[in-house]
Design a protein around this ligand. Sequence first.
Ligand code: ACO
Length: 323
Amino acid sequence: MIRSIVRGIGSSLPRRIMKNADFEGVVETSDEWIVQRTGIRQRHIAADEETTATLGEAAARAALDDAGLTPADIDLIVLATSTPNNTFPATAVEIQNRLGMHHGFAFDMQAVCSGFVYAVTTADLYIRGGLAKRVLVIGSETFSRILDWNDRSTCVLFGDGAGALVLEAAEGEGTIADRGVLAASLRSDGAHKDKLYVDGGPSTTGTVGHLRMEGREVFKHAVGMITDVIEATFGEAGITADDLDWFVPHQANKRIIDASARKLGIAEHKVVITVDQHGNTSAASVPLALSTAVADGRIKKGDLVLLEAMGGGFTWGAVLLRW
Ligand code: ACO
């Protein structure tokens, strides 16, 4: 039975760090407010020459190095992003070119903060369907470009960055002991569109637009949606929270993460938190958090890892994998 196993991981962050205190004087806010409401202490902000494509390329190269592979070994690139370099072509194709790849195929996925969970699920299906053997799954974002820097209720929340995985076809027994992607559940509901959206686009305003959010409304729905989709994933895999080694959630807000983990009965020491360092990097947040926990030796080969995300749309989903 074909499985998609993780062969390598990498990440990339813009050089510039913006601390909470750097907002004081820009908008009416404080380090204390931001830390207390979100857990965020700093975020990375892209310079003009740092784009979704350059950050994605750097993360992809790091994941390939980690895997001991070159771009010649990859046959598909799936890029999760809501901040592409251009409306078209897909930024995945630009990354493909930057990697010197002129074979295989590449496309973008747009599911906002759930993008990476959607992209891993999609890549897994391409591998199991026999259409690809090795896939670069990238989450890369430059949300700083779509923020309204005068809106204190949103501009303090987001950051830029990228993370990438190399997924590879391998034989498995078809049991929970296999390495690789074991189960996934995806959801969306467009009835919630106006709670978190960008107020521009090529087919409406002809502008790029800015991120708009009813933060309290998003918060209200987040924990229920996240825990529902995780319980569905546990059910599909036949496991409970106790079986998990690591919980790697989307990093939007520490209060949402803590409340979700508590409701699911996931012990605090199993939860990977990077929102304090990166802010909300949308589709890049899960691979950045994974990358951090692999680099510092927490996540090891054979560990059972749960990924989860929720974002604009709403979209939400979870992926269970054995590292
Ligand atoms: N600094 C100081 N005060 C602020 C700031 C700020 N940066 N932002 C808002 N406030 C004020 C508000 O104006 C309000 O003042 P008022 O009472 O005088 O009107 C007060 O703080 C409380 O505002 P709320 O919005 O009710 O604050 P809340 O406790 O809900 O926290 C937050 C706001 C952090 C945005 C919270 O609602 C949240 O985390 N929501 C979820 C957001 C999220 O996770 N989004 C990402 C989803 S993923 C994606 O797809 C991008």
